[in-house]
Design a protein around this ligand. Structure first.
Ligand code: APR
Length: 238
């Protein structure tokens, strides 16, 4: 069934950046770049071995300089520039590829590699370079108190109130390149449906919550997303 849409919420995950050469979180071996997530993506891991965790994110941050936005990021930025209705792009990704493609109505719910969080003064600010060497906070001038501004397991994602409000208003919810394994993002489809939205998933293979979606398109984001954006912009329909 086709319906007119005005308000769109889009959720992206690691799959949208895969064709840019950024590793997804759950590789075939279940590891993230050779590490168990418990060893690099929890507050407990940071307390246990801060050097390992800082080195891991320093490497991910440095890798960003070697990758470029792909056709999916670019198509979503084109939709953002063109779409006259409400639109919110929520990404679970900590890379900056949506930003560099030009998406403006963008929210990083799991934080950003290019951001630091000072545990001494609580400032969050843009950051490039290495944290492992214990740089001084530019706000409070305390050394060695910066941590990656990444939402780890057991921590609250950013801007949940804004996301929930957008989900309650949207008439189309689209999920792209996410395994649907991590809440609360994995539950957005149910929230959107509860409020009457049409729901569409685009992923390489069915996500864990695939059955919640009205429609699933399987394939590469770099191919599916530009086609879908063309479809929305030419027909204004889901
Ligand atoms: N196009 C579309 N989808 C793809 C592509 C591609 N080219 N390549 C891989 N995928 C799909 C995979 O099939 C998989 O379902 O992307 C999904 C990636 O899943 P995950 O690696 O689990 O990543 P994501 O869902 O973003 O993880 C969610 O988990 O570790 C935490 O906080 C971290 O934000 C992350 C969250």
């Amino acid at each position: 069934m086709l319906q007119t849409i005005n308000n769109i919420v889009i959720l992206t995950g690691a799959g949208v950046s895969a064709e840019s050469g950024v590793a997804t979180f759950r590789g075939p071996d279940g590891l993230w770049e050779g590490h168990r997530v418990e060893d690099v993506a929890t507050p407990e891991a940071f307390v246990r071995d801060p050097a390992l965790v800082q080195k891991f994110y320093d490497e991910r941050r440095a890798k960003l300089k070697t990758v470029e936005p792909n056709a999916a990021h670019q198509a979503l930025a084109r939709l953002d520039r063109t779409w006259a209705g409400e639109l919110l792009l929520v990404t679970q990704n900590v890379d900056d590829l949506h930003d560099r493609a030009g998406s403006q109505r963008l929210l990083h719910m799991h934080g950003e590699l290019n951001s630091a969080w000072c545990r001494a003064c609580d400032a969050h600010f843009a950051f490039e370079g290495e944290m492992a060497s214990g740089p001084v906070c530019p706000h409070c001038h305390v050394p060695g108190c910066l941590r990656p501004d990444i939402v780890w397991f057991g921590e609250m994602p950013y801007q949940m109130e804004r996301i929930e409000a957008a989900l309650a208003r949207c008439d189309l919810f689209v999920s792209i390149g996410t395994s649907g394994a991590v809440y609360p993002a994995a539950g957005f489809v149910q929230t959107a449906r509860y409020h009457g939205a049409r729901t569409l998933e685009m992923n390489l293979d069915p996500s864990e919550g695939s059955f919640h979606f009205h429609e699933s398109r399987m394939g590469k984001a770099g191919e599916l997303v530009p086609d879908w954006v063309d479809q929305v912009l030419s027909h204004g329909l889901c």
